[in-house]
Design a protein around this ligand. Sequence first.
Ligand code: SF4
Ligand code: SF4
Length: 522
Amino acid sequence: MANSPESHSGMSLDGRTATSPATTDATASSSFRPHEAVERADVEAVNKKEARSLYKKREPIYPKRAKGTFRTIKWVIMAITLGIYYLAPWIRWDRGEGLPDQAILIDFPARRFYFFFIEIWPQEVYYITGLLILAAIGLFLVTSTAGRVWCGYTCPQTVWVDLFLAVERFFEGDRNERMRLDKAPWSFSKLRKKTLKHITWLLIGVATGGAWVFYFADAPTLFNQLIHFEADMTAYFWIGLFTTTTYLLGGFAREQVCTYMCPWPRIQSVMLDEDSLAVMYRYDRGEPRGPHKKGDSWEGRGDCIQCRQCVVVCPMGIDIRDGMQLECIQCSLCIDACNAVMDKVGRPRGLIAYDSLANFKARAKGEKERFRIIRPRTILYTALILVVGGVMLYSLLTRSELDVNVLRDRNPVYVQLSNGDIRNGYTLKILNKAREPRRFAVAVHGLENHQMWIEGIQSMTEDGLPVVDVGLDRLRSVKLYVAAPRTALQSDSTDITIEVRDLDGNVRDIHETTFKGPDPRR
Ligand code: SF4
Ligand code: SF4
């Protein structure tokens, strides 16, 4: 384990330990002439495992702003994900008269979930289950291919902390300024900066909670009610809850959520293999590390100049050079920081990069690097996604506009009529998902000489079947009675089917059930 990305930690290089006091930046000793353009930091990775204790006060982390390709990608993803979250409830979608025109709506009173052209009824909750399964397998696929991409780029905690950090930098400046400000005694300027920062954080929290409740009601209507204090108390409760949690988790708990609260880092390791990509320090290129003077040879030493810029940009407060760590959310900001340093000292980029354990082994043996994205594990996850997604898509495209539920009365199981016939009662729930009212004929099969009628229904077809009218997008529950002479029964339980058929002949649904009575053989 001495020479692996998992274990090359705790190095003592150039006669100094890799860590030193936590919250101060200092230029290095002047006994050597560093590359002038490279900023150096004498900083401890305060959140690494050995430095943490459950009984210790949280050490603040002051991530420095990174610049580079991955930082830009993260800004773009942040804009897209926050844009979707805040704006999606305002997208309109015309579904016709009497139906909500909000594209994404979880309508609890009507017990319906709308997603653009898809409408999910409570009876179809398996679609939501399917979506969750798809999301989980998708996450497995992404993790096994490129590591914790979810954590580093799209997890809500990462995105909101990034946003809160941007606000913090805007009011209080970058790392060194923020550290100085926190150490400085209270003054009007400090009070003003801190107050503005916290007000902005709270406003983001309110917007986050506000956006959340808009997913559960017509957004423009609810917005109007909220600002006039006419909305239901539940809406204010959820906004309050989300404001508080966003403010606390984004502003204060930050890396502690990933380190202590989130189970994902603990279970993701089973999805990784030695070909999985992850942000790694290429110790085989970087070691032995140490300060480097401009003009000095690079012979016999590694490319890491011990500037610790990778540490100061890390929002998790760790040192990527300590190897793979549970605390690393793979945000790639240390790649940007190190690439900028490599540019300045004239060494190739990629001392910290997306790499795999297999490549470390290959390089150690003098073999060529390989990036194997197609592997049994990724093939399996992709196949599962295709199967589950295919089944869901097929059932969604072919789903019927009619759904019938039949429930036979259990108390009493049957009734003997004055003429000696046996009568059973059934509750029939007819769900018309069509965008127009429909008329359904109800028929019973499998029982000779039976009679049937539906409570409150007078309308009949020409061949004497009761007709139930169901409004557009409505569920109607009716009481069906079936009576038959004892001689028609096969036993104490006769199998029958109940057919519900649209009078236009477009859709029909057949349900199997039983007709109970005394055993005719006794
Ligand atoms: S890995 Fe790169 S950024 Fe980190 S200390 Fe070494 S040279 Fe500096
Ligand atoms: S070590 Fe690098 S990739 Fe990991 S959290 Fe820190 S900055 Fe992000």
